[in-house]
Ligand binder design. Structure first.
Ligand code: FE2
Length: 361
């Protein structure tokens, strides 16, 4: 164990029985995995009266109201990951394959199927679909679909469940793997595959459907998991940090799923809302999927917050009261934490809620 020290007034258990009149800040390294200290302030670290400069909490209103249609719009990116929004009202015409990224689709709303070279995967609201880099596929809508698409420079892995055992969080049998199946379109004159390499598209044309695989075997394949199948880790005696809700791990970033769950038990003096922190080694993106987001004011489904390394964030002032008599949260959200700073795109800067940083004032 690291050499641990303590001084002055503090609570013996982090996030529990915070001394009266003080506000706990967590100063954690390496996200929630490294050295950590809790500091007990006289004032909430978010009670600023002004911010001058680029470093501030940022927020997009529900992204599907402004992202246009039938295209993926990058919102935040770095060399490890690109976070896109996509509202599709019709099925894309082309087959697609990325030579740049592994892809993860999260279905915020809608239904349809993704036909891949490995077989078909139906999708509906709440599904995560992982498509390994180099997989040819085509999206078919049953109804208008709101996608969150995460493009990754590395593979999506499952989290290490450690002492929780292999069945925790989500069991292997909850994953859906496609069965070999030919592409449904067989009467087209030609079949065009758009391939993305170094951000540019090359179109390859075939006289046959490229999804022509009669069988496959191996450990590379697309897979699907529903956020509604995730069994959250929780304790009535301790506020589990976001890392306890990890769903996917990639190089230099993780994806966590916040799902509905009973809240911590007030009678043990446990913090029910996320603690204040600046998460100094990770940028934090939170995509709000569904439910009543009680730790933040005026946030609707489809909205997205971006809390960069270095500036504090935490519950909005009213959240503490709101949480007091709450015993259960119906909140669903997808969190993306990145080791390397994320850069907002021009589209993000044009559409963000400029005064969001004032929402703590
Ligand atoms: Fe956070």
């Amino acid at each position: 164990m690291e050499s641990f020290h303590a001084s002055g007034t503090y609570s013996k258990q982090a996030h529990v029985k915070i001394p009266d009149g003080l506000y706990e800040e967590e100063h954690g390294r390496n996200g929630f995995f490294g050295r950590v200290s809790q500091l007990y302030h006289e004032n909430p670290t978010v009670n600023w009266t002004n911010i001058e400069g680029d470093l501030k909490p940022q927020c997009l209103p529900p992204v599907y109201e402004t992202c246009g249609e039938n295209q993926f719009v990058p919102m935040l990116q770095n060399s490890d990951v690109v976070i896109n929004a996509g509202l599709f009202t019709k099925s894309p015409e082309y087959f697609y394959r990325s030579a740049d990224y592994d892809e993860l689709f999260f279905i915020h709303d809608g239904s349809g199927k993704i036909e891949t070279v490995y077989g078909h995967l139906d999708y509906k609201k709440g599904d995560y679909i992982v498509i390994p880099r180099g997989t040819t596929y085509k999206i078919f809508l049953n109804e208008r679909t709101k996608f969150l698409k995460v493009e990754s420079s590395s593979e999506f892995e499952q989290p290490d469940r450690g002492m929780l055992g292999p069945n925790a969080l989500y069991d292997q049998t909850l994953l859906e793997i496609p069965k070999a199946e030919l592409g449904s379109e067989q009467n087209l004159k030609e079949y065009k595959v758009q391939i993305k390499r170094l951000g540019k598209i090359t179109t390859v044309t075939y006289p046959f459907n490229p999804l022509d695989v009669k069988g496959w075997k191996g450990s590379v394949y697309p897979w699907k998991l529903s956020i509604y199948d995730i069994a959250p880790i929780m304790s009535h005696r301790y506020h589990i940090p976001p890392s306890g809700h990890t769903t996917f791990v990639a190089k230099n970033f993780v994806i966590c799923s916040f799902v509905e769950r009973p809240l911590e038990d007030t009678k043990h003096g446990v913090l029910k809302v996320p603690f204040y922190h600046s998460n100094i080694d990770f940028d934090e993106v939170l995509f709000y999927h569904q439910g009543n987001f009680f730790s933040r004011d005026n946030i609707d489904a489809g909205a997205l917050t971006f809390h960069p390394q270095g500036i504090h964030h935490g519950p909005h002032p009213k959240a503490f009261e709101a949480a007091d008599d709450k015993e259960y949260t119906d909140e669903y959200a997808v969190m993306i934490d990145t080791k390397n700073p994320l850069i907002p795109t021009e589209w993000f800067n044009e559409n963000e809620i400029k005064d969001y940083w004032k929402s703590w004032m």
